[in-house]
Design a protein around this ligand. Sequence first.
Ligand SMILES: [Zn+2]
Length: 165
Amino acid sequence: MSRKTWREAGLTIEQMYARCTDDCGCMLWTGAHNHKGHPKIRDESARRVVWEMTEGPIPPGKLVSVDCGRPQCLSHLVLTTKAEAARKANARADVKIKKSLGNAKAAREKFGRITIDIAREIRASAETGKSIAERLSVSTSLVSLVRRGKSWREATTNPFAGLAR
Ligand SMILES: [Zn+2]
């Protein structure tokens, strides 16, 4: 059996706020919480109860979320949708993924590059792409890119270039 709703129980907004502490404008719930750490009153979401008390009915499919980033807050409530809440959570996850992809790209640029001497050897060699790739421990696609001039442009100046000749 479900318990009485807040309406049936005659709960008021004053009683709700009496169970909060005011912290810089955030009314922080001191009562029970659900498994996600969201304020709960009886078996209901305290956010939904406060919303209904102050704003009226919650449209179907809407969630009552908190806008100030403090899960216990019952002052800064906003209506959202599951999709919007998921999008925000994904956006936070995306930042992490982009950061790790950025690290991978940096690593590839650092270690995937060949020295200018290897590039010169690839260009000067008459060997097949496969054999020079094996000899120099680089990929055949890199050899072909270097030979077609698409990779490793000789923009880097070699400080020893003049000494050897
Ligand atoms: Zn707040």
